[in-house]
Write a protein that binds this ligand. Structure first.
Ligand SMILES: NC(=O)c1ccc[n+]([C@@H]2O[C@H](COP(=O)([O-])OP(=O)(O)OC[C@H]3O[C@@H](n4cnc5c(N)ncnc54)[C@H](O)[C@@H]3O)[C@@H](O)[C@H]2O)c1
Length: 258
């Protein structure tokens, strides 16, 4: 699956799943824009403790091309500047991966309204913003693609009153954008990961991680490349007639539930 000369914006590309997507895309020939609030990769307590090289440096080590654009995906001006900077660097946009995300633990009594707004802003509003500003460029592409990162919590509660509803909304926005952009040849799909070993899991206890492992039918937890490989497929010409889907990649976690 080749993405030669395609221009891809990957939000949250400095760490975790987004970083793996950047590396996979670059190895497939794409020019990558790493859009993140911080350039340094996150180091987790349980996962990715030793990751130090920036994504752009790692892409260059692989012989690919990448630029970093500091972006707060919840901020409209920042997202508009990201698209402008991408077009200035590479002349257009072919692929957008709305991956940046945060998780703030807490139930309705513990989560502040400010934190609720922040989760909705980073995990959901951002998808609307980047879709809005990138769509005119994607429509001019020969193979425009949007890939939104949801979660298994797109389909069930239990992850707090902000994260699960934001991720459910991402899936329905995916369907709406797919419908809107299909006449322009732009596909819009969501990938909904189960437990993937990244620094986002730092809020968990070792017992909770063990429980997640036991509840996953396949005998291991996910790793970022489990997600990036599917992302590369959805971005490729091989996926040109797939749009509006929400694909769980979860080692079977949802299978006994839905
Ligand atoms: N890891 C999992 O188990 C899992 C499961 C389901 C869904 N997801 C989703 O996958 C996506 C990636 O998560 P991850 O596990 O790689 O997490 P991560 O914490 O390793 O990486 C998230 C990246 O997003 C960036 N980011 C945070 N806020 C931002 C903002 N306002 N603007 C721009 N960038 C910002 C961070 O700096 C970081 O580089 C998220 O949307 C997350 O909800 C992850």
């Amino acid at each position: 699956m080749r993405l030669d000369q395609r221009v891809a914006i990957v939000t949250g590309g400095s760490s975790g799943i987004g970083r793996a997507v950047c590396l996979d895309f670059a190895q497939s020939g794409a020019n990558v824009v790493v859009a993140d609030i911080q350039e340094a990769p996150k180091q987790g307590i349980y996962h990715e403790q030793d990751t130090v090289t920036t994504t752009t440096q790692e892409v260059e080590n692989l012989g690919g091309k990448a630029v970093f654009v500091q972006t707060d995906v919840a901020n409209e001006e920042s997202v508009r500047s990201l698209v402008d900077a991408t077009v200035a660097s590479y002349g257009g946009v072919d692929i957008v991966v709305n991956n940046a995300g945060i998780y703030i633990p807490g139930d309705s009594q513990q989560l502040s309204t400010q934190d609720w707004d922040r989760v909705i802003g980073v995990d959901f509003r951002s998808v609307f913003l980047l879709t809005k500003y990138a769509a005119p460029h994607l429509m001019r592409s020969r193979a425009g693609r949007i890939i939104n990162i949801g979660s298994v919590h797109s389909f069930r509660g239990g992850a707090g009153p902000a994260y699960a509803p934001a991720k459910a909304a991402v899936v329905n926005l995916t369907r709406d954008s797919a419908t809107e952009l299909a006449p322009h040849g732009v596909t819009v799909n969501a990938i909904c990961p189960g437990y993937v070993e990244t620094a986002i899991q730092d809020y968990l206890t070792p017992e909770q991680i063990d429980e997640a492992r036991q509840r996953t039918p396949l005998p291991r937890l996910g790793v970022p490349t489990d997600i990036s490989r599917a992302c590369t497929f959805l971005a490729s010409d091989d996926a040109e007639w797939i749009t509006g889907v929400a694909l769980p990649i979860d080692g079977g976690w949802l299978a006994p539930i839905i």
